[in-house]
Design a protein around this ligand. Structure first.
Ligand code: KG4
Ligand code: ZN
Length: 357
């Protein structure tokens, strides 16, 4: 079964082709440079960029993989959660394709797709505990199968990636700043007393990162010499040297440790609460973070559970994860009619598929 996947939920436009669970090809265009000027994603610009770029990526993908449109069995599209205007571009494009080629339509939950994506490169073992850490979400799930996700915990305020991005903004790092914090943190030594690990002194599986973000902002405001005077470029970050680089690396390492250790505590708690699981899956943009990867590797070892950590290219938004999750659904007979709705951030994505018997 051949599936086209379409991803337009935020600031990456991406398409991919998956056949019988194997990736045939993919194309991705990031809008990072467009939004970097504003220090964050501008929704209206994001939608327009998707509209401009998506048809070209689709044509290129088909040409490069030698695929005729009529040979696509199903079109899988990220239907939420995300920026509504951006999602609508992908969803409308998918519906148009289905109408013209007769392919089946499959709406994919973007968050589930992040967690299922590692199935492209290794076998997924269920039941699994899933940790999704992205720019918009921090969720833990008990994943019983590719279509059965039980939400265990979620952030009450900022997502982990949002905390990275906001701290990066306070420091005037280039946008999006998560990976610069990661890089500098690797050079510094964490002071574990410097910043709080919020919302851990309770039995809850939920997260809270806004207090940590504020604590870092307060520290940085009290040490203004740490901040780049204007928004840095990757080159100015690379060129930073001497004592300032050392101190900044220390702040990044301390913040990064607070995030990673908070996630460790809550995931360990969720593992106990969920009962026996066959694997721990960590996914989303923040799963690219070196310290988090190290922390989760240690946690899985200590708890004697297999760890699934996607390759770096599968961590951030991409089309392959949508095509793969769509393939899992379509293969089991799940699909959607042409009235499929896009679901904005903050709303639960309904399990409103139809099942072919
Ligand atoms: O999953 P994703 O590509 O988009 C969403 O669906 O949100 O995640 C993007 C997030 C951003 O907040 C970005 O700063 C963060 O992932 N990120 C990182 C790293 N690479 C990306 N955060 C920490 N360390 C990294 N290496
Ligand atoms: Zn994402």
């Amino acid at each position: 079964m051949r599936i086209l996947g379409i991803e337009t939920s935020c600031d990456e436009t991406a398409v991919a082709l998956v056949e019988d669970g194997r990736l045939l090809g993919e194309k991705l265009a990031t809008q990072i440079d467009v939004h970097a000027l504003f220090g964050g994603v501008v929704p209206e610009i994001a939608s327009r960029e998707h509209l401009r770029v998506l048809p070209r990526l689709y044509r290129e993908l088909l040409a490069e993989t030698g695929t005729a449109p009529e040979t696509i069995d199903a079109v899988a599209v990220a239907r939420g959660p995300g920026l509504l205007g951006s999602l609508l571009v992908g969803v409308s494009f998918a519906k148009g394709l289905c109408l013209s080629t007769g392919a089946a339509l499959v709406g994919v939950n973007h968050l589930w797709a992040h967690l299922l994506a590692p199935g492209l490169t290794e076998e997924l073992r269920f039941p699994a505990l899933g940790l999704l850490v992205s720019g918009g979400h921090t969720h833990t799930y008990l994943i019983k199968s590719p279509t059965e996700f039980e939400l265990l915990g979620r952030t009450l305020d900022d997502a982990a990636g949002e905390a990275f991005d906001k701290v990066a903004k306070v420091l005037n790092f280039p946008y999006p700043g998560g990976r610069y914090i990661d890089e500098l943190a690797g050079e510094g030594k964490a002071d574990r007393q410097l910043f709080p690990r919020a919302y851990i002194e309770n039995p809850s599986l939920d997260f809270s990162f806004s207090g940590l973000k504020t604590a870092v902002a307060n520290y940085v405001n009290a040490h203004p010499d740490l901040v780049f005077s204007e928004m840095a470029t990757p080159e100015t970050v690379a060129a930073l040297a001497g004592e300032k680089r050392e101190r900044l690396a220390g702040v990044c390492a301390s913040f990064n440790w607070s995030v990673a250790d908070t996630l460790r505590i809550k995931v360990e708690r969720a593992l106990r609460r969920a009962g026996p699981v066959s694997s721990l899956i960590v996914a989303g943009g923040v799963a690219a973070n070196s310290l988090l990867r190290e922390t989760m590797t240690g946690l899985a070892r200590e708890n004697d559970v297999a760890l699934t950590l996607p390759d770096l290219s599968l961590c951030t938004d991409n089309g392959a994860m949508i095509a793969y999750a769509g393939w899992l659904l379509a293969e089991s007979g799940y699909g959607h009619a042409l009235d499929l709705e896009a679901v904005p951030r903050g709303r639960v994505v309904p399990e409103d598929w139809t099942v072919r018997v």
